[in-house]
Design a protein around this ligand. Structure first.
Ligand SMILES: NC(=O)c1ccc[n+]([C@@H]2O[C@H](COP(=O)([O-])OP(=O)(O)OC[C@H]3O[C@@H](n4cnc5c(N)ncnc54)[C@H](OP(=O)(O)O)[C@@H]3O)[C@@H](O)[C@H]2O)c1
Length: 257
């Protein structure tokens, strides 16, 4: 039986991905900052472990307790809507700590075992914001774009050792993400920007296409289980529209259906 470890399983994509892999008969290690067994049906293939991806001791303890895993899904992430001018460096560091350095630290924690066993898949949950610049998303997008560059280079490095590195790129989906991001960003849009920010956010509030949570869990599943899947997997109609609009030198392949 294969084992997946997923970060950020308290809600949204992480929670649904854990349930999806359980349904598929996998052994699932659902990690979250504050463990909540009650989010899941009772299942002897499920373990819920504490993990804060910004804390090295927490990472070491979770990896040690988890034991051997086949797939790591780096899903934990935070959003921020902010004007660059209004965002202090502590806020900037916090978003990179979680989205960028947390993902890198988790990846580094599993690499030695994956390399020695010559197998393993790392799936990094990214964002379609990396495919189109948006105002007020500078730090979030930069923190995610860094992981695309990191993943693409690492994929080449680990191919030598039989380890795959994939990026799932969701569009805009209805999870707690926007609400969490707004709470974090409340003081980061100065008054001078309010009118502009209202206009920018109004266009985001009525997207012509969006992403369903199940499209993300299916893309994560494909990345984890299909060795022939592309290194980048958009998830959702809006993400696919952006992916198809940019000239591709490599994956993803244009959608045909
Ligand atoms: N929803 C969207 O529209 C969207 C679109 C594109 C990409 N994404 C990406 O998808 C991923 C999941 O987001 P979501 O939409 O499912 O949002 P969500 O419901 O807010 O879930 C985010 C998860 O990350 C966890 N988390 C935050 N900081 C953490 C840390 N330091 N250590 C461990 N876990 C931490 C949260 O846990 P707590 O409960 O402890 O805060 C929560 O479980 C993120 O990487 C996000 O960037 C989301």
């Amino acid at each position: 039986m294969k084992t997946v470890l997923i970060t950020g399983c308290s809600s949204g994509f992480g929670l649904e991905t854990a349930l999806f892999f359980l349904d598929k008969g996998w052994s699932v290690i659902a990690t979250m900052r504050t463990p909540r067994e009650d989010l899941f049906p009772s299942n002897d293939r499920l373990r819920v472990l504490p993990l804060d991806t910004t804390n090295p001791d927490s990472i070491a303890a979770a990896i040690d307790t988890a034991g051997p895993i086949d797939v790591l899904v780096n899903n934990a992430g935070i959003g921020m809507l902010s004007a660059v001018e209004g965002t202090d460096m502590a806020q900037v560091r916090a978003i990179f700590e979680t989205n960028t350095l947390g993902t890198i630290a988790m990846t580094k924690a599993v690499l030695p075992t994956f390399r020695q066993r010559r197998s393993g898949v790392i799936v990094n949950v990214n964002s379609s914001t990396t495919m189109k610049p948006l105002p007020l998303f500078s730090f979030y997008t930069a923190s995610k774009a860094a992981i695309i560059a990191f993943s693409d280079c690492l994929a080449l490095e680990m191919k030598e050792f039989g380890v795959a590195v994939k990026v799932v790129i969701p569009g805009q989906a209805e999870t707690r993400f926007a609400e969490n991001a707004q709470a974090r960003s409340s003081d980061a849009i100065p008054a001078t920007y309010t009118e502009f920010a209202d206009r920018a956010l109004a266009s985001l509030a009525a997207p012509s296409a969006s992403t369903k949570i199940e499209e993300v869990t299916e893309a994560i599943w494909r990345a984890a289980t299909d060795p022939d899947s592309p290194d980048h997997l958009p998830a959702g109609a809006d993400a696919w529209a952006l992916a198809n609009a940019i000239p591709q030198t490599s994956s993803p392949k244009p959608q045909t259906n």
